[in-house]
Design a protein around this ligand. Structure first.
Ligand SMILES: [Fe+2]
Ligand SMILES: [Fe+2]
Length: 214
């Protein structure tokens, strides 16, 4: 006879059983929380509508800058990056369009590592390749201008050989670094909204899933 260890009952089991679940957790520390507490949280707390897209769009809007020094402000740069990706065959790739549109939104919080900032927000919603592109886009982008600032334009070479290197190189070379043209026919935000809505509708995975992203 084979003995199978019994799996502990989880909050999801409790919800599936359909019995009464109180509306509020009662613990004062996670350490003393119970499976009944987590059933209450999962059932009544985990289904509030997400505001992630709304907040991302607010931050995108903050990239508007009437007194910008760049040839176009970072709001138009973001739309232009997405337009270039769209017209290069990513029109049916919602995750890449979301990445192209939002890749610079962390500039206010994390100027020096805004790629990591945005990648962390996108992580549950996009495939590992897109996450990686956003996370490392600053270093890859630097190939085109770091040398003008006394830096190493080849810094991205340290990541050559990574499975997503080529995708990130293409994103930066063809879309991101090229998206400062005031005469380009940039698409409006509305054109990208269906893709954005689909991406942020539901996370693809939980953040504590162990996925090889880095
Ligand atoms: Fe950037
Ligand atoms: Fe950019």
């Amino acid at each position: 006879m084979t003995l199978v260890a019994e799996r502990p009952r989880t909050a999801h089991d409790l919800i599936a059983e359909g019995g009464p679940i109180r509306k509020k957790a009662t613990f004062t520390s996670f350490e003393e929380s119970t499976v009944e507490d987590w059933a209450a949280i999962e059932k009544y707390g985990a289904h509030e509508p997400s505001r992630v897209l709304e907040l991302c769009l607010e931050h995108l809007d903050m990239l508007r800058a009437p007194d910008h020094v760049y040839p176009v402000d970072r709001y138009e740069h973001s739309l232009q990056t997405a337009s270039r990706a769209w017209r290069d065959g990513h029109d049916d790739d919602d995750e890449m369009i979301a990445a192209a549109l939002l890749h610079d939104i962390g500039d206010f919080f994390a100027r020096e590592n805004h790629g990591e900032f945005c990648a962390a927000i996108l992580k549950p919603y996009v495939r590992p390749e897109v996450y990686w592109i956003v996370k490392y886009h600053e270093m890859f982008q630097g190939y085109h201008f770091f040398h003008h600032l006394g830096g190493n334009r080849n810094a991205r070479e340290s990541l050559r050989g990574h499975p997503h290197f080529e995708a990130c190189r293409k994103f930066c070379d063809d879309y991101d670094q090229a998206a400062f043209d005031p005469n380009y026919d940039t698409m409006p935000l509305e054109a990208f909204m269906p893709a954005l809505n689909r991406v942020f509708e539901k996370p693809l995975r939980q953040v504590n899933d162990r996925v090889q992203d880095d």
